[in-house]
Ligand binder design. Structure first.
Ligand SMILES: Cc1cc2nc3c(=O)[nH]c(=O)nc-3n(C[C@H](O)[C@H](O)[C@H](O)COP(=O)(O)OP(=O)(O)OC[C@H]3O[C@@H](n4cnc5c(N)ncnc54)[C@H](O)[C@@H]3O)c2cc1C
Length: 555
């Protein structure tokens, strides 16, 4: 039994962004907090460290400077159009959605700035939507990338926690794997679990689960901030909803192995309620990392709108499934094709401007706050990490002619998939290219590309000028095999607006709180069915802050 961590007011389970935020708030209130994590100290910050640090702000000075007119009401319209809340259990998620949009349009930016957080001035336009004003998607660009990416989001909260640790208000308990919540008389009074052997793995790698002891800790409140399920593909397949077809046999992992979903069952066993477990957010533009950090490591391409998107059989995806428009709509469509992968066909000119790779390590310029390196993005050539994928990535084919491109695609296609036929691909591309000469095109993707370029930020750094894919001056041609990449969990532990976990009777379970991804980023799924992007980190910050403050008040 480990006794060194005994005696505290609040226990936080999980030292990712939500846990760091909650713990810092508890300690700010002068209460004693223990922050536990199964991983070793070098993985502090969880997924957020690896993230791109994209944050959803509404009507920010950065948006206004780029000529974007945004408002709380427009953001709420977009949020509700995306969330499509339709269940009785959406009561709290919906209340959280309203509170969160208020936060994103209100004090979020100032609160972060005060801690030293800064954003890149060109606002990105993620999830452009399903083509309906009242439907899914962002009507305007709202994706603000943190200057310093994921580590730049984690830093202020890690700093606050370390300062509290130095002052004796906070204690870290690394390698503490929680296996159970201690419940007495219907109240959660602590946690128990396994003390894992020390681990010297590199950040993000899977650490051993060999136990060297047990521990039990007591407190007046426990906050669960243990993350989602994306690293556990069996669980993802088990909870995969019928509306997204059958689960893919092959997927790449967009998150480290610690995103194992284990605490959901443990917390449920203590009396809490899990809602909306079938809501999840997986990407369709995953590429196998040629230089992986964790097992089966996939990287998501955040694509601009110009690549031609084909299913595994070579058919073009229907409108509005263009790159960067409607993540789950595209996933649902692709699941009807009978194959787990799809293709982008593009040009060198497109890749140079339109391929952003998600992940702090894939953006050394933004992560390292290196202005000189950043400026090289506007020069000719793809950014270094994209070029490295082009050269080494198992999913990339680069060719000077369409004949060679098709040969390369067929070499890396699944054996059971029909071969891509050069004549039909050529006639598809030629038809699309003909529309480039036509100012009044009927091709919705060409219209979308032209529309995107009316936004200054897209024209500057995100959307290539419209050109013919078969124009040799735009070449070489590139094909990218795209895999389904598991990432975010949209449902989770149901909670009220104080972050208190609820029982199946809808009553708060005394002593228990939740925040972050395990909590569906607030309430048990504040994003409903679809996300607007940049809302996950922000959801961890907001729900972590709420739960930390509420728990501190209660003890
Ligand atoms: C590559 C990448 C890019 C991303 N980009 C963005 C972006 O640009 N914008 C955005 O909004 N979001 C982004 N996200 C999503 C976002 O980073 C995550 O949703 C968020 O960081 C989740 O934080 P969390 O604290 O809830 O969980 P986690 O970061 O998963 O942390 C949970 C912690 O709990 C610990 N834990 C779990 N179970 C136990 C247990 N039983 N006992 C003890 N400890 C336990 C885990 O070890 C872990 O450290 C990205 C994610 C990734 C991986």
């Amino acid at each position: 039994m480990n006794t060194s961590l005994e005696s505290c007011d609040v226990i936080v389970v999980g030292a990712g962004l939500a846990g760091l935020t909650a713990a810092a708030e508890v300690a700010d209130a002068g209460k004693k907090v223990v922050l536990l994590d199964q991983e070793p100290e070098q993985s502090l910050g969880g997924q957020a460290f690896w993230s791109l640090g994209g944050l959803f702000f509404v009507d920010s000075p950065e948006q206004r400077r780029m000529g974007i007119k945004d408002s709380r009401d427009l953001a709420m319209q977009d949020w509700l159009g995306s969330a499509q809340f339709d269940r009785e259990e959406d009561r709290w998620p919906r209340a959280w959605a309203e509170a969160y949009v208020d936060f994103a349009a209100g004090e979020k930016r100032a609160w972060l700035r005060e801690m030293g957080h800064r954003v890149f001035p060109v606002v990105g336009w993620a999830e452009r939507g399903d083509g309906r004003a009242e439907g899914h998607g962002n009507s305007v660009p709202r994706f603000h990338i943190t200057w310093g990416t994921g580590p730049g989001v984690v830093d202020p909260f890690e700093r606050r926690c370390r300062e509290h640790a130095a002052a004796g208000r906070l204690r870290f308990g690394f390698r503490h794997q929680v296996d159970d919540l201690v419940v007495e008389g219907g109240t959660v009074v602590g946690v128990r679990g396994t003390l894992l052997e020390p681990s010297s793995i590199q950040r993000g790698q899977a650490s051993s689960r060999v136990g060297v002891g047990e521990f039990e800790l007591r407190a007046q409140a426990v906050i669960v901030t243990s993350g989602g399920i994306g690293g556990n593909h069996d669980l993802v397949r088990k909870t995969w909803p019928a509306r997204l077809g059958t689960p893919p046999k092959t997927m790449v992992a967009g998150v480290p192995a610690h995103v194992d979903g284990r605490m959901l069952g443990i917390t449920e066993a203590a009396g809490a309620t899990v809602i909306n477990p079938d809501r999840m957010w997986h990407y369709v533009e995953g590429i196998r990392n040629w230089d992986p950090i964790w097992d089966n490591h996939g990287i998501r391409i955040l694509p601009g709108p110009s690549s031609l998107w084909l299913d595994a059989t070579g058919k073009r995806l229907p409108a509005p499934y263009f790159p960067g428009f409607d993540t789950l709509g595209t996933l649902a469509h692709l699941r009807t094709t009978g194959y787990d992968y799809s293709w982008f066909v593009l040009t060198q000119k497109i890749i140079e401007k339109e391929f952003a790779l998600s992940g702090s390590e894939q953006n050394p310029d933004l992560t390292g706050k290196d202005i000189k390196l950043l400026l090289s993005r506007v020069k000719a050539g793809a950014p270094g990490p994209v070029e490295a994928f082009k050269q080494h990535g198992a999913d990339f084919v680069v060719a000077d002619t369409l004949t060679e491109l098709v040969r390369g695609m067929n070499e890396i296609a699944d054996d059971e998939a029909p071969r891509i036929e050069e004549p039909s691909l050529r006639s598809l591309i030629e038809a699309r290219d003909r529309e480039i000469d036509n100012e009044f095109t009927k091709d919705a993707q060409v219209t979308a590309i032209r529309g995107a370029r009316t936004y200054r930020g897209d024209k500057l750094i995100r959307v290539a000028s419209p050109h013919k894919l078969l124009d040799p001056k735009a070449g070489p041609l590139i094909a990218v095999r795209l895999n389904v990449l598991t990432r975010k969990t949209l449902g989770g532990l149901e909670s009220d607006l104080d972050g208190r976990c609820l029982t199946s009777a809808g009553e708060p379970l005394p002593g228990l709180y939740a925040a972050g991804e395990v909590n569906g980023f607030g309430g048990g799924g504040m994003m409903g069915y679809n996300a607007l992007e940049g809302t996950f980190l922000g959801g961890c910050l907001f729900s972590g802050r709420v739960a930390g403050r509420a728990a501190a008040r209660a003890v």
